[in-house]
Design a protein around this ligand. Structure first.
Ligand code: TSB
Ligand code: ZN
Length: 587
């Protein structure tokens, strides 16, 4: 999907369209006051104070109509420059503009505003020459938005829109938007009963329903086996820790704003954990280690709680209660490269298994000049960053570098993916850490009998099961590969009266073989039941009529296909088992 913000022409067009929107709103609601109207990746928005009015869906077409009218009038858009004093005078009735002007840098001695017909707005520009150029636009949606994003402030009305040079471009964009909406994991999650939320549980706290939980179990089994094969040892640890634990780790100083507040129980002060590293440091410390024991790889499917702004939580993608596919790898300095390589290989391996192709590796480095944000040890940073770069180059992996994005404690490699709706998110992560082992005074005994400090690699391949599942739903559009599909086979007798018994027998046999089969012997028309199996995106539908019953066979139809194939029961079981065992993606 085109990124409007990154395209110069579209950026100007959309910015101008935001002014057109404001002008139309001012015509319809003379009391309206305007905050900011920036261009974003998806177009533009404007935050507007409409007094007590809350916009409804019916308002947008009315505003659009007014915008069209203004555009037809074809007024020129004229730029004026004024001094800060003049600007303060000109907008003195408007507290929002006064706020903006007052906060402008002293170096901005001239302030610009743009006038089109009866409407003037403060703006740096640039804009198109005339409102005539703004023909092909659409208001997409509206929402509430707190002034300056702060829940303590007034809720403003935000209107989103998009503008193009031609109707074809607009239509193509709207179609893409519609497709994205169809893929949105929140929509599919509801339709397929994968997860739900409830205000009594709280924002950002999804409940995994049986279908979603089935998928998650499969993901857990899958990654657990891979990790075991790679020498990981898994643990279970509590999802709370004392404040002192997080003081020791440094989270209390550096991560507190992302944590749930402390709770007191008897004399102890607890927090819900935002990360599992401190617990795993203690697991390592539970016994002595020799240099020969390393690497030690401690894994856990661990529940964490993070404070995410209520406006930022989103389905399973950004939650407040999440389960990480986490591990902490304790390595000697000479093992960093090799172990890092193994993690990258695992990421590539997993992405291949899931057919994920559209992702970017981001190597996050420190900003050398920022001694505040980054733990101060030039040699350590130089070595670590070079090592990671070296490994990535050696592995021929495509990546981009992002300076100033490293964690406080070391450089990291993140995998970025684009959800159906909204900005890119991180899925997998692999982070080097030289600090935490020191804070917890971790040691191993080297070949000379001396105590040394290990290096820790934090890594999460799926990231969290929550975010990965959200991504998977959108990647597959809810058409999961057979090994993950909550129902793998829908068994449908042509008539429940005549083939009901046979269908029941086949369903039981499949279930005995560990295949997730369901019987649909409802008294509904065959066509209706077949359509429903299609809508539910069940990979295999078995249609059992008299012939099948007589010959002890089954006729199967693959999701999305019309033709049916008849095979013996044994053959069908073999075929589907092979597909599941090989974790084949849908064809
Ligand atoms: C990898 N201590 C490390 C760990 O050892 C850690 O917590 N890293 S993290 O902060 O980057 O989180 C790991 C992964 O969790 C991220 O890569 C991301 O995929 C996922 N994640 C982070 N925040 C959320 C959230 N709010 N909702 C869902 N998933 C999230
Ligand atoms: Zn960690």
């Amino acid at each position: 999907m085109v990124n409007i913000k990154e395209d110069e022409r579209l950026s100007v067009l959309n910015h101008s369209c935001a002014h057109l929107l404001a002008q139309a709103v001012k015509h319809l609601y003379p009391e309206a006051k305007f905050w900011v109207g920036p261009v974003v990746e998806e177009g533009f928005y404007y935050d507007i104070d409409l007094g007590n009015k809350t916009l409804t869906d019916e308002d947008l077409p009315k505003i659009e109509k007014e915008m069209k009218k203004i555009s037809k009038d074809g007024k020129r858009i004229v730029r004026h420059e004024l001094t800060k004093e003049d600007a303060l005078e000109m907008f003195k009735e408007d507290p929002y503009k006064i706020d903006l002007i007052s906060r402008m840098d002293e170096s901005e001695t001239t302030i610009s505003c743009y006038t089109q017909g009866d409407f003037t707005d403060l703006c740096r520009g640039p804009h198109v020459e005339s409102v005539k150029e703004l023909k092909h636009f659409k208001l997409i949606k509206h929402s509430g938005a707190y002034w300056k994003g702060d829940a303590k402030n007034k809720m403003l009305q935000r209107i989103y829109g998009v503008c193009f040079d031609t109707q074809e471009d607009l239509d193509a964009y709207l179609q893409e938007l519609e497709e994205a909406k169809q893929r949105d994991h929140r929509k599919i999650g509801k339709e397929q009963e994968l997860f739900m939320t409830h205000e009594l549980v709280g924002a950002g706290m999804p409940l995994w329903l049986p279908n979603g939980a089935l998928i998650r179990h499969e993901l857990e089994n899958y990654i657990y086996k891979k990790e075991r094969d790679m020498g990981y040892e898994h643990v279970y640890t509590p999802c709370v820790g004392t404040v002192d634990l997080y003081k020791t780790s440094g989270h209390w100083d550096h991560y507190k704003e992302n944590m749930f507040p402390m709770m007191k129980v008897d004399d102890e002060e607890f927090v819900l954990r935002p990360m599992n590293c401190p617990h795993h440091m203690l697991v390592y410390k539970n016994k002595m280690h020799s240099y020969r024991d390393l690497p030690i790889r401690i894994g856990e499917f661990a529940t964490d709680f993070r404070y995410e702004a209520s406006g930022a939580v989103k389905g399973l993608e950004r939650v407040r209660c999440m389960c990480q596919n986490d591990a902490h790898l304790f390595v000697r300095p000479d093992q960093i490269g090799e172990e890092f390589k193994r993690v990258v290989s695992l990421i590539l391996d997993v992405y291949k298994d899931f057919g994920i192709k559209d992702y970017k590796f981001r190597l996050s480095l420190r900003d050398k000049n920022d001694k505040e944000k980054y733990f101060d040890d030039d040699d350590m940073w130089e070595n670590a960053e070079n090592k990671l770069r070296e490994v990535l180059n050696e592995m021929n992996v495509d990546y981009f570098e992002a300076e100033g994005e490293a964690a406080f404690y070391g450089p990291k490699l993140d995998v970025e993916v684009k959800p159906a709706v909204g900005a890119e998110v991180t899925l997998s992560t692999c982070q080097l850490d030289f600090l935490l082992p020191r804070r917890f005074e971790l040691t191993y005994v080297d070949s000379n009998g001396e105590k040394q400090t290990p290096v820790v690699i934090h890594r999460a391949i799926f990231g969290t099961f929550d975010r990965f599942t959200a991504f998977l739903i959108e990647e597959t559009k809810g058409t999961f590969p057979t090994w993950l599909a909550p129902t793998q086979v829908e068994v449908i007798p042509v008539s429940s009266e005549f083939q009901g018994d046979y269908a029941r027998e086949v369903t039981e046999k499949l279930k005995e073989q560990g295949i997730r089969a369901e019987l649909d012997d409802r008294n509904e028309k065959l066509g209706y039941r077949l359509r429903e199996a299609q809508t539910k995106k069940v990979p295999y539908t078995l249609i059992l009529g008299d012939n099948e019953k007589q010959d002890n066979t089954v006729s199967y139809r693959l999701h999305g296909q019309k033709e049916t194939t008849t095979v013996s029961q044994q053959e069908f079981i073999k075929l589907i088992k092979e597909e599941v065992d090989n974790k084949e993606m849908r064809k």
